[in-house]
Design a protein around this ligand. Sequence first.
Ligand code: PEP
Ligand code: MG
Length: 877
Amino acid sequence: MEKKKYVYLFHEGNASMKNLLGGKGANLAEMTNIGLPVPPGFTVTTEACTRYYEDGQKIADEIVEEIFETLHKLENITGKKFGDPSNPLLVSVRSGARASMPGMMDTILNLGLNDETVEGIAKLTNNERFAYDSYRRFITMFSDVVMQIDKNKFEHILDQVKEENGAKFDTDLTAENLKEVVRRFKELYRNEKGEDFPQDPKMQLLEAVKAVFRSWNNPRAIVYRRLNDIPSDWGTAVNVQTMVFGNMGETSGTGVAFTRNPATGENKIFGEFLLNAQGEDVVAGIRTPQSIDQLKELMPEVYAEFERIAHLLEKHYKDMQDMEFTIEQGKLYFLQTRNGKRTAQAALKIAVDLVEEGLITKEEAMLKVDAKQLDQLLHPMFDQAELKAAKPIAKGLPASPGAACGKVYFTAEEAKEAAAKGEKVVLVRIETSPEDIEGMVAAEGILTARGGMTSHAAVVARGMGKCCVAGCGDIKINEEGKYFTVGDLRINEGDYISIDGSTGNVYGQKIKTVEPQITGYFETFMKWADEIRTLKVRTNADTPRDAAQAVKFGAEGIGLCRTEHMFFEEDRIPAVREMIVAKSEEQRRKALDKLLPMQREDFIGIYEAMEGRPVTIRLLDPPLHEFLPHEDEDIKALAENMGITFEELKATVESLKEFNPMLGHRGCRLAVTYPEIAEMQTRAIIEAAIDVKRRKGWDIVPEIMIPLVGELKELKYVKDVIVKTANEIIEREGVKLEYKVGTMIEIPRAALTADEIAKEAEFFSFGTNDLTQMTFGFSRDDAGKFLNDYYDKKIFEFDPFAKLDTTGVGKLVKMAAELGRGTRKDLKLGICGEHGGDPSSIEFCHNIGLDYVSCSPFRVPIARLAAAQAQVKNPRR
Ligand code: PEP
Ligand code: MG
């Protein structure tokens, strides 16, 4: 067997090798091969990372050997030597997974420096200050990332030395100052670790590689993966690259730039850079960088070259690029390119522009927008009148658009806790770091005092679609005191502020937010999505208002109308309760007669809102106890109201108690016990359809859906009640009205016997909420209590109630679809569980040939795009 290759020099790879080399590695390879100025290096593959974990967190000898063999080749390429004081090779060691995970894993720069090579570098460059500046950075990064020594301890020493020497910025420190910094750093290291800072570059390299592998499983990376559907078995690659230095003086620098504006999509290079700095300084937002336009003035030739390559990269990758570059004494190097993260607004504009510029097809454009991101466009903006009346107290950078209003919290932890209690929260930080990710998720918006448009907060917020104002230097944060000040104004923890991520304005007050308007690029893009997709998109809606909203978002019908939601309304719950406490069928029918006209009006409203589009109405589903109070006090009040005794009502409540209500007397079982409920609902559905047909001329074909079926005969029993009732009305009214009777498939037994069920059901709608609950055997209401343990222990990577478990639950869905269609060729198939609005689940539904997905109104645009993406990836026509 041929030996597996675990290490690739950049020129041995290419862009198609993302899975093996990670995104960064594959792109470095590609850039090398198209002749761009990329410092040479090599990539240790993602397979080496998985192998590291398989081998019990050890790098196998053969991989160690391959790393050093390749390092030797790199030495030959560069003419430098690892650990050689006369001409030392220094490298960066950086993570790079298949999907980009900005800031989630670790990076080490200047590796290869030790007490001897630092002197060599000083001599070679004739720049002692630079050499020691690089060394102190290396000691900090290595100690932090590899040895887990708190980096604040190093920052503290640096600040001390700055203070002792009256230096304002790092760049004000002299070579002698920096030597002193290094001396104290090494002393700190010795105190922390009980040994000297490692001097052997090879040992430094191996430890750094291991640290990057380990960082794949740090808590923030795990959270990020779950949010972004990235499986944990992908692993990360490690890129080892020859260092070039942006900190060699005023003709050196480093920066990050995008080929188009990542916030608005404007077709203009957008970016930031810092002179005399290393990459970390820009990304971490430690010094506030200059705009790339200024580079044009400072170094016109370098800028021209930069612009040329940026355009070339965009054409090559056919997408907006996010590039990292370094200028070493006037010479430009590219350190990375990747498809840039962007706001939804920018994503749509860029996708439409790229099609119009002839660079990509409409189909390709579909894949340039993250479906989940569309959520951002549907997020609130400020009420214009209230906004006009408000006066900003400060202004920062408009880092991620949208509006947020909430109570101020200063740590991610506290923001998370407050949000869990139902508070709306704005997270305010001096600068964010990847550890803050959960607090950022929980917050309505994020405000930072430091950092530019490419700082961590900005990049991550944009990806999440969270409103973010960054680099707001006007505010002075006192984290310990839990307040910030702007001039004389003091805002304490728990006070309300509002932030506008589109203007950068900060307001010291509450401002009402309103729903956004959708136009322009969104419409063009969604029109293309509709032309492309084959999967239909319906909505789950129980009221005319929700139905109308969904139609505005492009819903093609209702896939699930949960009738019980109507029963909870104030004007009808008394009749519902009367029905429940009824002692005889006669009494029950009397109560149902009161409900009939109200229910009929419900359906008329819904049919009208849907303007003739298909509507699936589900018969009553929840256990009846849900409609009754449970506390004695409430029972007493209700009994009085209903004119019955407390004891009588209490007895009814007791009799309806169940140990496992979700597996109890609910769904079609209610209709088996009380067929008159199904009768009343059928009457309302059919009479409403006749009424709307007569008045509006729409040919409504009601789809009556029976929930929680597990056995053909129970389906048949309820269906007979429906058919008898419906046909009597249709005959009596002398109209032609078609209707369908179908069922939900949400009990595993229904899926297993779907061929039988399809004999009576004219359509199936997969209720994957219940199907997930019953397939896993855990309750949809209680799973939240232990799912976190499952994520922590890597038993689950995602919530199966949010993203369909395609391996298990999906297998049942696929099987039932096939069995059902085997019996009834034209069986209509849909899904109405929460998964109907989740892009990866939608792709699965497309692939197994469902006719439609149904989801809540605000997720309809997401589903339309996800359906188009599924069609592009796997054409069904
Ligand atoms: C389901 O179970 O997936 C479903 C849509 O029904 P409900 O959530 O109302 O139980
Ligand atoms: Mg259900």
